[in-house]
Ligand binder design. Structure first.
Ligand SMILES: NC(=O)C[C@H](N)C(=O)O
Length: 355
């Protein structure tokens, strides 16, 4: 009799375990990882070798390298590209934006993670922040050490990124980047070290929060327009207008600005000195470009601080736009997307204040 009761008990326990596993499996958030390449998918010949190649490892291998990630969410992976982010193109960014739009509209998907190289992660993050209209978390993640390195940083970064994408508290905060325990806004982050794992900083407005072993804390919402509040769209767009960045320094040659116009640029961003300044010859060339209908934005090569309008340069007279808090690479993204439609200069200036 005792053994029969024991048998029933065992069967009941097993049934209970199976049922709860099914229920948990169904209620776990679904996170889709879109892989694009980068060092996080990079590989080297040995664990202590400085040379490596980005974009070697597939999404499945990356997920398999992260113990316990499936406890956070049901993970689905898609390979969008497998490139070092030095080869990130507008074509891939547009493909990403389109896929994110589809996934965000799927009620079964809670959040999206994008694995990406760090070199141009700020461009892609900021671009997606402008053109993906969703409140669902979209989180970019990368690494500074390849997957084969001793103390590779990718697996824990990926774990934390999935935990943020699956976190209801991460909603409505725009596109985020999670690396090395820090959560950044796409609008503020910038890469500051060529090799250190703590390479991303948000020097002007600070962090969105922190993520440590899947425990997340949030300090703020981004201040700017993004996601649902963005009027910018790339629906049906297959290419972006040409916008060039020209670096400013002492005695800079002004003919690069004329060459850019001659080569068909619709916009030019000057990575100016100080408060978006440049020498007289370059200012004259910018005014010439502006008269021809090319939109010229003054940004800065300096790491922190805003570029103000009409401070040392008479923007009103020369027909120029001040980048405000956008660095040159993000100013180029905003201008490229803004120029998809004909817009007046003051409208573009307002966009630089708001986005
Ligand atoms: N750490 C990295 O991801 C650098 C690499 N060159 C990339 O951007 O793909």
């Amino acid at each position: 009799m005792k053994t029969i009761i024991q048998k029933f008990r065992n069967m009941f326990t097993i049934l209970l375990m199976v049922a709860s596993a099914i229920v948990w499996g169904q209620t776990k958030p679904v996170i889709v990882i879109l892989a694009t390449g980068g060092t996080i998918a990079g590989a080297a010949g040995s664990g202590v070798q400085s040379g490596y190649t980005s974009g070697q490892v597939t999404i499945d291998a990356m997920v398999n390298a992260v113990p316990d990630i499936t406890k956070l969410a049901t993970i689905k992976g898609e390979q969008i590209s497998n490139v070092g982010s030095q080869d990130m193109s507008f074509e891939i960014m547009l493909k990403l934006a389109k896929r994110i739009k589809e996934l965000a509209a799927d009620k079964n998907v809670s959040g999206i993670v994008i694995t990406h190289g760090t070199d141009t992660m700020e461009e892609t993050a900021y671009f997606l922040n402008l053109v993906t209209h969703t409140s669902k978390p979209i989180v970019l993640v990368g690494s500074m050490r390849p997957s084969t390195a001793v103390s590779a940083d990718g697996p824990l970064n990926l774990y934390n990124a999935v935990s943020v994408a699956a976190d209801p508290n991460a909603k409505d905060r725009g596109v985020l980047l999670v690396m090395n325990d820090w959560i950044h806004s796409a609008q503020t982050l910038t890469k500051v070290s060529t090799t250190a794992v703590q390479t991303f900083m948000s020097p002007i407005r600070g962090l969105i929060g922190t993520s440590a072993y899947g425990v997340n804390e949030y300090y703020r919402y981004p201040h700017n327009r993004y996601g649902m509040k963005s009027e910018l769209s790339v629906d049906g767009v297959t290419a972006l207008p040409r916008v060039d960045i020209i670096y400013g320094d002492a005695d800079m040659p002004a003919d690069l600005i004329d060459a850019s116009v001659a080569n068909g640029a619709k916009g030019i961003v000057i990575a100016g000195v100080g408060n978006g300044n440049m020498n007289k010859a370059s200012l004259d060339a910018c005014a010439r470009a502006s008269k021809k209908g090319v939109v010229v934005v003054r940004s800065t090569r300096v790491a922190t601080g805003n570029v103000g309008r009409n401070v040392e340069v008479d923007d009103d007279k020369l027909g120029l736009v001040a980048s405000y808090d956008l660095n040159p690479q993000k100013a180029r993204i905003l201008l490229s997307v803004a120029l998809l439609k004909p817009r007046k200069l003051d409208e573009i200036q307002t966009m630089f204040y708001e986005y």
